[in-house]
Design a protein around this ligand. Structure first.
Ligand SMILES: Cc1cc2nc3c(=O)[nH]c(=O)nc-3n(C[C@H](O)[C@H](O)[C@H](O)COP(=O)(O)O)c2cc1C
Length: 350
């Protein structure tokens, strides 16, 4: 198998891995947008483990992009393919942000129609938009009119008492016809807009996978990925018998070593030869570069704590990083010391 260097990447990828991109939907495996979790440090780390996974940013509101002082669109070239998730409901503002994002090099724009938090409802975006299919369609159309990258929607199977299959079908029908949206990611549970916290809304409403499979059967022309509660690549494979893609959130973040097998198991690509410790050491140049720019070590290491879950020394790894990465001047040596605890664990470790 020939090895080639991808022009945008520092990592080596196989020729097979390259061709597999065209054999499968880009939605085949993605890591969910997660506020405060999937920031650019996290995405850089995840990319070291899977060349193929589609990575989503945290939700960024149109207000932050248009009026904010920071650069909310920053990402690293190594992250491709990377999708920007937008929060908003003003078609013009969304179009402005989509255009900016395309200019910056994002591979996809995704509209959040699934987040149930109060803050989001006050701003009139997120899951409450499921009740306004026409507005969502107009938002998608406004973005599609100004960009050539895909514009996708992430939504739930219903909200509050609007949880019938007909309601879901009507939403998808309107957004796909009037809005010309051809790709949907469906979190397979409804959201309660009041009474439940966002966390509870990810746990309490029951998952209904058959309903999402039915939706794909009824809209075969649309690309559809399923999300919610997927914990293993074996489960992902079962979903892929019905769907074009799977999106994994919490498990990918909390147990990221699963990502090492994504390329080989789900894309038929060459297995990632890196072990967990290799991944950490491959992260060092990025950490050094970020520290030089003034980033705190802890802002990066908080995303890597779960890598050695279930391995002897994992607790010491987490503890060493948690106790030391926030100290002034903390650098790569702190990570290397923590790594020793899993590569040379003590007898007493977990
Ligand atoms: C900490 C956290 C933050 C999240 N932030 C977002 C977000 O910004 N946008 C979004 O669409 N979903 C968000 N979600 C929901 C996830 O994208 C996903 O739909 C949900 O966790 C279910 O998938 P999972 O069971 O694989 O985690 C968030 C989830 C978590 C745990």
């Amino acid at each position: 198998m020939s090895e080639i260097t991808h022009p945008d990447k520092q990592t080596l990828v196989s020729a097979d891995a390259e061709t597999s991109l065209s054999r499968f939907s880009t939605q085949r495996f993605s890591i969910a947008p997660m506020l405060d979790w999937t920031d650019r440090h996290c995405r850089h780390f995840h990319r070291l483990m899977s060349r193929e996974a589609l990575l989503y940013t945290e939700m960024v509101t149109t207000g932050a992009i248009i009026h904010g002082k920071g650069d909310y669109l920053a990402f690293g070239e190594q992250e491709h393919p990377v999708a920007l998730q937008l929060g908003g409901s003003n078609p013009q503002d969304l179009a402005t942000c989509a255009k900016l994002a395309e200019q910056r090099g994002y591979d996809e724009i995704n509209l959040n129609v699934g987040c149930p938090s109060d803050r989001v409802q006050n701003g009139m975006f997120g899951a409450c938009l499921m009740a306004q299919a026409t507005l969502v369609a107009d938002c998608i159309k406004a973005m599609r009119d100004v960009v050539s990258i895909p514009v996708t929607v992430k939504t739930r199977i219903g909200i509050d008492d609007q949880d019938s299959y007909e309601f879901l079908c009507d939403f998808v029908h309107q957004v796909s016809t009037r809005g010309e949206c051809d790709t949907f990611i469906i979190h397979a549970r409804k959201a309660w807009l009041s009474g439940l916290s966002p966390k509870e809304n990810r746990e309490i409403p029951p998952l209904d996978y058959p309903r999402v499979y039915q939706l794909k059967r009824d809209f075969p022309q649309l690309t559809m990925a399923i999300n919610g509660g997927i914990k293993t690549l074996e489960e992902a494979k079962l979903h892929l018998q019905h769907m074009d893609g799977v999106m994994v959130g919490r498990e990918a973040y909390q147990n990221p070593s699963m990502l090492l097998d994504v390329d080989s198991q789900l894309f038929g690509a060459q297995a990632n030869p890196l072990t967990g410790p290799d991944v950490i050491r491959a992260l060092y140049p990025y950490i050094e570069a970020e520290l030089a720019k003034g980033t705190y070590l802890g802002h990066i290491t908080r995303h890597i704590l779960g890598l050695f879950q279930g391995i002897p020394g994992a607790r010491q790894w987490r503890r060493h990083l948690s106790e030391n990465a926030h100290k002034p001047g903390a650098g790569v040596d702190v990570v290397e010391q923590a790594l020793m605890m899993v590569t040379r664990p003590q007898q007493t470790s977990e």
